[in-house]
Design a protein around this ligand. Structure first.
Ligand code: ZN
Ligand code: ZN
Ligand code: ZN
Length: 202
């Protein structure tokens, strides 16, 4: 009997370890060298982000050429050109955006900064809304895409791993619906004594 074969599960491909430090990194802030702002991340070193001076003037990242990711800024959020990222990470399930005729992928979760959401909503009215990010609910994703950003992909992966471990049925991710606030008066239980209505003419 060869039933065993059916039980063999596809091994889950692990995400690269540098994703977490990348998500945590502060870009477009002062570099530790003090002279410029940070716009690079080295996936080989998995350390702090750095500036172009640190990249070119030190020997720290010699030989890491393809592993050094240039970070750009689009709509005040850090993103990575998908050509450099593609070699290191499967980004087929992350939404790509075109910024200055280059395709990029955002690093941080897109939803969360309310003014950002509203602004983007206004800009993208003409696009067909097809899908929401499975993690943060950011709306405007194209169909095969699951996540709005690298951060949400990482979160999604951990969530999946957890659910596999627990072998537990999990509810599909829900988009928070906490907007509704009950009117204060409705919580009162005791009927109040009626206050005689005074005539406004006094
Ligand atoms: Zn520097
Ligand atoms: Zn390096
Ligand atoms: Zn998201």
């Amino acid at each position: 009997m060869e039933e065993e074969e059916q039980l063999v599960q596809e091994p889950q491909v692990d995400l690269p370890p540098w994703l977490k430090p990348l998500i945590r990194a502060n870009f477009y802030e002062n570099c530790q060298c003090g002279s410029r702002y940070t716009n690079y991340f080295c996936s080989e070193c998995e350390g702090l982000p750095f500036c172009d001076k640190c990249k070119n003037m030190t020997h720290q990242h010699d030989g890491h050429d393809d592993k050094v990711l240039p970070v750009c800024r689009a709509s005040h959020q850090p993103g990575i050109n998908n050509l450099s990222l593609k070699k290191l990470l499967d980004i087929s399930d992350i939404q790509q955006y075109v910024i200055n005729s280059k395709k990029i992928v955002y690093i941080p979760q897109r939803r969360g900064k309310e003014n950002n959401v509203q602004k983007a909503g206004a800009e993208e009215v003409n696009r067909i809304v097809k899908k929401r990010c499975e993690i943060c609910g950011w709306p405007k994703l194209s169909l095969p895409v699951r996540f709005c950003s690298i951060e949400c992909k990482e979160k999604g992966f951990r969530k999946e791993q957890k659910s596999v471990k627990c072998a537990k049925e999990e509810k599909p991710f829900k988009i928070e619906e906490e907007e509704y606030v009950a009117p204060k008066g409705s919580l009162r239980k005791k009927p109040r004594k009626r206050v005689p209505v005074r005539s406004p003419l006094m």
